[in-house]
Design a protein around this ligand. Structure first.
Ligand SMILES: Cc1ncc(COP(=O)(O)O)c(C=O)c1O
Length: 329
């Protein structure tokens, strides 16, 4: 076994199945999969680890490789941690939507952090980040770009790992709500859950201003969900319905989930929870309660100064937060 393969084994041992916990809800038997219990604190640990593992197996990453990737936060955190453990260089390309806590962490963990500041033609930063990645890929000797937007290993991670754990825990499932950015999660998870639970409805959740599901681009403030491109992985997902959530609704979703269940989560989880509440709001449950699942993709800690800060919400999103009505009505 090579030194890199040995270190990958050690990283793999730092993973445990993430908890699947019940969340009280008026309309559905709701389960939350706590992906923030992954080693560096988000669902992106799954795809980052699996992408590295497969690339090492194929000989695309060696100890002299420099991994270069665009990420608004969690993928970069996962990559920087795992690349450190592997002894491989990692250069993240981030943008101003990156949380301050995440940026401080990345600057401490990586020798080089590239931050783009120009918005792209769609009003987002992704195209600017990808352009910088391509420049670095050419300029740095031994550069490897995982391209998380099109890398089938990201989807395989969720098919095998996240999906495998859910299939091994639940006897049946009617609905799953999945936030989308690169599409890796929705691609792998939808394929696995449809295989295990043929009746399951997959509801993809995206944010206003994202172009993934054919809507007009618009500036976004929160990292996590959405994209300025249509990621190729989304085409491989098995999606029944799409719900679009505003960033203000995401904030209310985060706060509602915290107040009702004690789960302290990031913006994408708030979006997914808000989408689910809206989806079932008018449901007549006389024929029984369906079961539903959503992922808590990361913790709220890095969002303390945004999602959980009333001043930021008022200034950045122009919305009230101190409402008891929140998303569920
Ligand atoms: C917190 C969080 N939730 C959801 C997603 C979306 O996952 P995917 O990129 O697999 O579509 C991301 C992606 O970065 C994320 O960081």
């Amino acid at each position: 076994m090579t030194a890199l393969a040995h270190r990958l084994d050690e990283i793999e041992r730092s993973f445990s199945p993430t908890p699947l916990v019940p969340v009280a809800d008026e309309k559905v038997d709701l389960h939350a999969k706590l992906e923030f219990c992954n080693p560096t604190g988000s669902s992106k640990d799954r795809s980052a680890f699996w992408i590295l593992k497969r690339a090492v197996e194929r000989g695309e990453i060696t100890s002299s490789t420099t991994v270069v990737e665009s990420s608004s936060g969690n993928f970069a955190i996962s990559m920087s941690s795992f690349c450190r453990a592997l002894g491989v260089e990692f250069v993240p390309v981030i943008d101003p939507n990156c949380n301050a806590a995440t940026e401080h962490y990345l600057r401490a963990a990586c020798d080089r952090v590239e931050k783009v500041t120009e918005r792209d033609s769609s009003g987002g930063f992704l195209l600017s980040r990808l352009a910088r990645v391509r420049e670095l890929e050419t300029a740095l000797p031994g550069a490897y770009w995982p391209n998380q937007y099109a890398n089938a290993d990201a989807a395989e991670a969720h098919f095998l790992l996240t999906g495998g754990e859910i299939a091994g825990t639940l006897g049946s499932l009617d609905y799953v709500f999945i936030g989308v950015s690169t599409g890796g999660t929705v691609a792998g998870l939808s394929q696995r859950l449809k295989k295990e639970f043929p009746q399951v409805k997959v509801v993809a959740v995206d944010t206003e201003g994202s172009v993934i599901f054919g809507r007009a681009p618009q500036a976004r403030k929160l990292p996590g969900l959405g994209s300025s491109i249509v990621p190729p992985l989304v085409a491989t997902a098995e999606i029944d319905d799409v719900v679009i959530v505003s960033e203000h609704e995401a904030v209310l979703g985060c706060r509602a989930l915290l107040r009702r269940s004690g789960l302290f989560t990031g913006g994408s989880t708030g979006s997914t929870y808000a989408a689910m509440q809206r989806y079932f709001a008018d449901r007549d449950n006389s024929a029984g309660r369906p079961s539903a699942l959503f992922l808590c993709a990361d913790r709220g800690t890095a969002y303390a100064e945004t999602v959980y800060n009333d001043t930021w919400v008022a200034e950045a999103l122009g919305g009230e937060t101190r409402t008891s009505a929140t998303v569920a009505g």
